[in-house]
Design a protein around this ligand. Sequence first.
Ligand SMILES: [Zn+2]
Length: 587
Amino acid sequence: MKRFGTLGWLVLSSGIVAGCPRGETGSATPATVDWRDRTLPVEARVRGFLDEFVPQRAALDRDANLASWAATNASSEEESAREYARKAELELAWRRLHADRERFAALQEFRESESLTDPLLRRQVELLYLTFLPNQIPDELMRRITDLSNEIEQTFNAHRAQFEGAEVSDNDLRKILQTETDSNRRRAAWEALKQIGPVVADRVRELARLRNQAAQAVGYPDYWQMMMAAQELPPDEVLALFDQVHEQTEEPYSTEKAQLDATLAERYGVTVGGLRPWHCADPFCQSAPQATDVDLDRYFANPDPEAPDGSNLVALAEKFYAGFGMDVAPILARSDLYERPFKEQHAYCTDIDRAGDVRMLLNLKSNSDWADTILHELGHAVYFVYTDQTELPYLLREMHTMSTEAIAELMGGMTKNARWLQELVGVPPEEAETVAAATQLEARLQKLIFARWSLVMLHFERALYADPEQDLDTLWWDLVERYQKVTRPEGRSAPDWATKIHVATVPVYYHNYLMGEMMAAQILEAVAREVYGGAPVEEVIFYGKPEAGRFLIDRIFRRGHVVRWDDLIVEATGEPLGPRAFVEQLR
Ligand SMILES: [Zn+2]
């Protein structure tokens, strides 16, 4: 998913990514082997376990994914309410399947057994163990956590801020932050965007306490530590990696921010010292404001005024992906592409059955943002499709969130590449230089700003679960000032941390985006080296290079979840994950 948009892919990926029993375990053993029988060899017991479990899991995956698809695609209020209720029930059933004590104990035993040597069986056991781990919660506690999280999400959905004497949507207020030049009105809009904070803060804090109880029940000090373990992310390594990002972006961020601040101060008629969060382009200062006069949208305008808004982007995406050997027409045909009443307003991609039923939900408009989004979601889609086409066991036909976000970012990012714009949307040669300078500046700013914002999210979530009782209001602004270098409003005392919906509904997840961007930078470098004969990374546009498509398929997609994310990155790019390539590409 797009991190600025919906939570669709996030929610689905919290375990539920797909489903269908095709060659479940890669095993020929009949399902009659009793995995409970300790007199049998471990390998036979594991096969028996998987033969029994995987069809149940696959059926629930598929049903839950279809319910999600129906809920987000409703065409009436009744249908929407009915499908959301069904989705919630299926998600609870899915969690309960992974809460089974006896099965969890068996997985622990299999995992520790030295006589289990088959690497694919070991990997399936490991991934299942990690999926069972956060679900080892008493049923009553699981209910309370699920209900509270859903309740907070619904409060966010239903909330309308008060602004200038009327109720307004978040989109209206965000629009003001993008376009308004009057500083006082910007401030009022920003403050309105923070009205949700006090409404949900106590419940978000309570949710953190409940999640900690769940983590402590399986021996972790807190929920953050447990969720990092469940994602195979060693906390110390991730913290060290983010410290490196902090250090290595310090100089470029300070330089770019000084220039940007000067531009913003002039635009809004304030001094640089008078800039506050409401002078940012969004409520969290996580994205770059428009920094040049170049209007990219006009290159994505629909040439046919009779055709549906955004339909030109479908043709563009198909042409682009075909240009490196990937036929996305079947994916597009299964997808829901255009706006409709009651439909979810953002974008996501889902693998319904791990057998090729991959779909996207989009709300296309003929502009640059949606061009980025359709290529981004198709990046997730082709990853799913090529993983599904392998002979891998069902449980390995998936991938780490970080890897799929890396591919999606790589593809969406092409819409900011000057050469891509010339070849795919026909930017005229006489405009090419201006456009190239503008897109490069925008891409660089975007990456820097997002990297610094990611530091805030990582450190805030870690601290929240380490001690949910602390003064979170002050902590939040301390982190914002330290990492984003955005000055807090004088005398502000409010739970602004609670206004970021991810903290409540997609916990301990956000770090995957920045790690995905670092991985994307390394993949780009590897493709430049191995497919483009060592050309500069700006030359890599995939289009016209089927070998670049093969690189992605063979080195990444077809590996599914056979190896851990860190080994996959070394295999694919020859180097462990680090900020070097990411930082170099900021120059
Ligand atoms: Zn995504």
